[in-house]
Ligand binder design. Structure first.
Ligand code: ITT
Length: 182
């Protein structure tokens, strides 16, 4: 049994959908942990250590973000705050005149079990910032994250569809592969 520590119900829904294909039980707790300012990796490691010590059982946490090349990787580790303040309209405005619209979603899973060192697993997905919001599925930046190969934004994909490509799918799958061998 693994406990996923997050306050984001969309993350839970996606993780449940990914874990269902494997023989690993997942539960979810919204423990709330203090995120230090730092890289995704630093936040994932400290969150996993903290939650594991607190609950005394194996846990995963995830720190994720949207990294836009033309904005020097902004909002990156500030994604959650920027989504709540500037929102998608604000990001579109910042990129109004940008030719380079390349962006990446990154997800780092931090895993920690009692009496062992934490481990991290990175997943990414490449795309572009769309010219306008499209679709109302998914959450946060999904309607402005355009995937050229699909000719769709993440906001136009069901959870099932998003889970075939997403940063979260990639990081969780790396974790699951490693964990299954342990
Ligand atoms: P927890 O820390 O409790 O897990 P959170 O929403 O605060 O939940 P993060 O600290 O990892 O999660 O913040 C990442 C932010 O990046 C998130 O709030 C969204 O705004 C954005 N984000 C991450 N993954 C995303 C995705 O798959 N689709 C759209 N936006 C995403």
């Amino acid at each position: 049994m693994i406990t996923f520590i997050t306050g984001n119900k969309h993350k839970v829904e996606e993780a449940v959908n990914i874990f269902k294909d494997y023989d690993i039980k997942l539960e979810h707790i919204d423990l709330g942990y203090c995120e230090p300012q730092g890289t995704l990796e630093e936040v994932a490691i400290s969150g996993a250590k903290y939650a594991c010590r607190k609950l005394n059982k194996p846990v995963i946490v995830e720190d994720a973000g949207l990294f836009i090349r033309a904005l020097k990787d902004f909002p990156g580790t500030y994604s959650s705050y920027v989504q709540d303040t500037l929102g998608n309209t604000g990001i579109l405005k910042l990129l109004e005149d940008a030719d380079d619209r390349y962006a990446e979603f990154r997800s780092v899973i931090g895993y920690c079990a009692p009496n062992s060192e934490p481990k991290i697993f990175l997943g990414k997905v490449s795309g572009e910032i769309a010219l306008s919001e499209k679709g109302n599925l998914g959450f946060a930046f999904d309607p402005i994250f355009y995937v050229p190969d699909l000719d769709k934004t993440f906001g136009e994909l069901t959870t099932e569809e998003k889970n075939q490509f997403s940063h979260r799918k990639n990081s969780l799958e790396k974790f699951i592969k490693w964990y299954s061998k342990e």
